[in-house]
Design a protein around this ligand. Structure first.
Ligand SMILES: CC(=O)Nc1cc[nH]c(=O)n1
Length: 109
C-alpha cells in the first residue's frame, strides 16, 4: 500500500510525459520521503493515474525559484509564480518534491 499524492488534472499530461518532474507544496504536504513510491491521483476526482518515485525533498523559498525550477514544472518562471499564487495565496515558503515516473510493474495500480 503506497501513500497517495494528488495533482490537479491539468498537470496529468505533463507528468505522464515526464515534462513535469517537481511539485512545490506547503508544509502539510512535505511528508513524502526520498526513495518512497507514491500512488498519484487527480485532485478533482481521485482518479489514479501513475506511481512516482521520490528523488528529493527539500524546503525552498519563493524568492529562490529560478528558471531551472520552472523548466522542471514545464512552465516559465512567471507562470510558475502565478500558479503558486493561485494555489497557495500569500505563501512564500514551499517544499520541493522531485520525482520520476516509476517504471515496470510498479507503475500499475
Ligand atoms: C492538488 C494540488 O495541490 N496540486 C498541486 C499543488 C502544487 N503543485 C502541483 O504540482 N500540484
Amino acid at each position: 500500500m503506497y501513500r497517495k499524492l494528488t495533482f490537479f488534472s491539468r498537470f496529468v499530461p505533463d507528468i505522464l510525459a515526464g515534462r513535469k518532474t517537481i511539485t512545490l507544496r506547503d508544509e502539510a504536504e512535505s511528508w513524502p520521503r526520498i526513495g518512497e513510491t507514491l500512488d498519484v491521483h487527480t485532485f478533482e476526482d481521485d482518479r489514479w493515474f501513475c506511481r512516482i518515485c521520490v528523488e528529493d525533498v527539500h524546503p525552498i523559498e519563493l524568492a529562490a525559484l529560478d528558471d531551472t525550477h520552472a523548466r522542471q514544472e514545464n512552465m516559465t518562471l512567471a507562470e510558475l509564480k502565478d500558479v503558486l499564487a493561485g494555489i497557495y495565496p500569500g505563501r512564500d515558503a514551499f517544499w520541493l518534491i522531485r520525482f520520476k515516473l516509476c517504471s515496470g510493474d510498479d507503475s500499475q495500480p
